[in-house]
Write a protein that binds this ligand. Structure first.
Ligand code: ATP
Length: 686
């Protein structure tokens, strides 16, 4: 086995497990070595069964009592057992582990560790880890146990086992970080740091190791940005943009006036597009601040000037929403441009026809997902690409999109509230425009944080809002184990709510496992108010815009990060109606209360992000990811702002001394950067 070999070369990793590893993005031994835990658990002593608490991960010790039963149902089997100690008995269930029926009964005393939930008024431990024999658990008490991101079928223990072997392959010479930084910032040696990331002695050791990888990650990121920026600096374009009277007319006819901030951004964009240089602009604005219309203006501007404009959305649901919205606008305001939708799930024939209309230039506004940048899509004078911050383009992507024509202007949309100073570092290759005000017609969202006892009242409130013609979202409890279980959960909840609310209210559900077409149908029906209450997972998190929705109720609010809760809440309060957000939590913990209080008292994404940082403090072990957007493996833009600053300064200095990274001490870094840049290119072209 070497670091470059596949995970399948690790002892005990068979073909099936190899496939599961691939699902989580681990292909090689090296990938595994750098597959860091999502968090760590500190195991406590087992508690008496009579003292387990709802909503908490608990450890109990006892023996299996009675028969172990497995409910039928292909792929959904539930194994049920009862565990007993001197103080009481608790029901325990496992999902999709029918083989436990034969093994569990024989084990005698076991230690189980899992989350306790309430089902039909009694406590149930869900899908716990089993420690066998119990003495093995003793070794773990008070140690930090890594918790990895998993997929159905892959257990945490399997990852740990494979990792222990993989770590044998780590060598000091694998370190690509130049020595000068290790010395200057007192980082621990590479090999030790990798180990401490997975199996830290204690919190301090973990924090020290983490610092090193945070710095490394930022440094590589910034150096890559600088390279992209260097090649695209002040690139000339061959477009010729002129003011379009139809756009002024369009703006006059819109049912609302643009805010001053929106007008400012639109002004920046026009200047960019009319100049002789290629635009690379980031538009940053809080949820619901009205970024879409600004993007639409850009697309119209391109179309009316005889070019094509493309809008790339992160999900199909969102792509379709934008498409319908733009198509309606074109019709309503009699703008003679054709909009085209292009998504991965479209039928081959539909795609072929769309490609043809794109290539001939018949369609000038093209909206879609990643499919937009697939090879088969050939553009006819593409002048603008609007995208979100997940899909950032380098020169290569621009070239590919443009075909043989000019490099298109790029507009990137972001709802991540990042302080300007950080933004300049992180988006070093982009000019930044900020939408810092909300449309005038908005009433601030009214929030409340309540416990689960409030549910009946919340449902009553929803019923009243629906009676007034409004609509509601219910975000379902999160299930960490698997997407499939999350889907089941959403369906069950939907059934229950539908019964509670009665026949006159249409309740439906949405989850990530549904087919794109089904998702579209549900979202469409919700958009038209044919569905009044939508029970959903976090798939509605980004971009969904149904201004008639006025209530969002978020179950298990304590399990989400503040930024994510803010995004979710942003689904309401998008129109003129008073909107409400109900944060539901069973947790009594002080931290939860404090965190949710921040949201309860503020609707300002920027303030929330900074408060979150203050609360979590530096080096928070269990920090729930701030944003999926600037997705660093280890680093956190907010928490590690200081290291980001350091890395940025060091990157500048490094490039000043050795612009091509040709010094011998930089050669490993250079090689790593090359691989990294290839990866970035690949990610954006797939
Ligand atoms: N100036 C304005 N006045 C009134 N309503 C507006 C204005 N600008 C946009 N809107 C409306 O506000 C709603 C939210 O706008 P939009 O969907 O563009 O938000 P966003 O910034 O993209 O938010 P998110 O980040 O949540 O996707 C839309 O229904 C839009 O029509």
């Amino acid at each position: 086995m070497s670091k470059k070999s596949g995970v399948g070369t690790i002892k005990g990793v068979g073909e099936k497990t190899e496939k599961l590893f691939e699902k989580i993005g681990v292909y090689t031994v090296d990938d595994l070595i750098h597959y860091y835990p999502r968090g760590y658990e500190i195991f406590g002593e087992p508690v008496p069964i009579s003292e387990v608490e709802e909503g908490k991960v608990c450890t109990i010790c006892g023996s299996v009592f009675g028969r172990v039963q497995v409910s039928p149902g292909k792929g959904r089997q539930i194994t049920t057992a009862y565990l007993k100690d001197l103080t009481g008995t608790i029901k325990v269930i496992w999902f999709r582990m029918p083989f436990l029926r034969n093994t569990l009964g024989r084990k005698g005393v076991v230690v189980l560790r899992g989350r306790v939930v309430k089902k039909r008024d009694s406590l149930v431990m869900e899908h716990p880890e089993i420690y066998d024999p119990a003495v093995r658990y003793q070794e773990k008490i008070n140690t930090m146990q890594p918790v990895y991101g998993l997929t159905a079928g892959l257990t945490n223990n399997a990852v740990i086992k494979a990792l222990r072997q993989a770590l044998e392959q780590v060598r000091e010479q694998d370190d690509f970080l130049p020595d000068e930084f290790t010395k200057k910032y007192h980082f621990r040696p590479y090999e030790q740091s990798v180990r401490e990331m997975h199996f830290p002695e204690n919190k301090e050791a973990f924090l020290a190791a983490r610092q090193r990888f945070v710095f490394e990650e930022f440094l590589v990121f910034i150096l890559s940005l600088r390279q992209i920026k260097n090649t695209q600096d002040r690139m000339k374009n061959g477009f010729h943009f002129e003011d379009q009277p139809q756009i002024s007319e369009f703006l006059r006819q819109l049912p609302y006036e643009l805010t001053a901030a929106q007008l400012r951004v639109w002004d920046d964009m026009q200047k960019d597009m009319k100049s002789q240089y290629v635009m690379s602009r980031l538009v940053q604005g809080d949820v619901g601040s009205g970024k879409t219309i600004v993007a639409v203006l850009g697309l119209l501007f391109a179309g009316l000037n005889g070019y094509q404009g493309a809008l790339m959305a992160p999900t199909e649901v969102l792509a379709r929403q934008h498409f319908e919205n733009i198509k309606d606008m074109l019709e309503q305001y009699q703008i003679p441009l054709r909009a085209e939708l292009l998504t991965g799930s479209m039928k081959a024939k539909e795609k072929r026809e769309a490609y043809a209309r794109i290539e001939s230039g018949e369609s000038s506004i093209i909206i879609g997902t990643h499919a937009l940048i697939q090879e088969k899509a050939i553009y006819h004078n593409l002048a603008l690409v609007v995208t979100d911050e997940q899909h950032r383009f380098g020169v290569k992507q621009r070239e590919m999109l443009a075909g043989k024509g000019n490099l298109p202007h790029i507009l990137v949309m972001s709802a991540t509230p990042i302080p300007r100073t950080l933004g300049i570092i992180l988006y070093g290759d982009l000019d930044i425009s900020v939408i810092d005000e909300l449309p005038k017609n908005r009433l601030p969202i009214k929030n409340c944080v309540v416990d689960t006892g409030y549910r009946p009242k919340a449902y009553e409130f929803i019923r009243k809002q629906v009676a007034q013609g409004r609509q509601c979202y219910v975000i379902c409890p999160m299930v960490e184990e698997s997407e499939a279980m999350e889907a089941e959960n959403v369906i069950d909840y939907c059934e229950m709510l539908s019964e509670t609310l009665g026949d006159s209210i249409n309740v439906s559900f949405l989850h990530g496992k549904m087919k794109e077409k089904e998702k579209d149908e549900v979202m469409n029906a919700f958009g038209k108010n044919e569905i009044q209450v939508l029970v959903s997972t976090t798939v509605v998190e980004v971009g969904i815009d149904v201004p008639n929705a006025t209530v969002i109720m978020i179950e298990n609010a304590e399990r989400f990060g503040l930024a994510q809760l803010h995004q979710l809440r942003g689904r309401v309060g998008r129109g003129k109606y008073q909107s409400y957000c109900i944060f539901m939590t069973a947790s009594k913990s002080k931290e939860t209360k404090e965190r949710l209080d921040i949201l309860n008292h503020s609707n300002d994404g920027f303030f929330i992000a900074s408060e979150d940082l203050r609360l979590r403090g530096p080096g928070d072990l269990f920090g729930i990811r701030q944003s999926g957007v600037l997705d660093f493996k280890v680093a956190d833009v907010f928490q590690d702002a200081k290291l980001l600053q350091n890395a940025s300064e060091e990157a500048d200095r490094l490039l000043l001394d050795d612009p091509e990274l040709e010094f011998p001490e930089h050669c490993k870094l250079k090689e790593h950067l090359r691989i990294k840049l290839d990866e970035i290119m690949l990610e954006t072209t797939l």
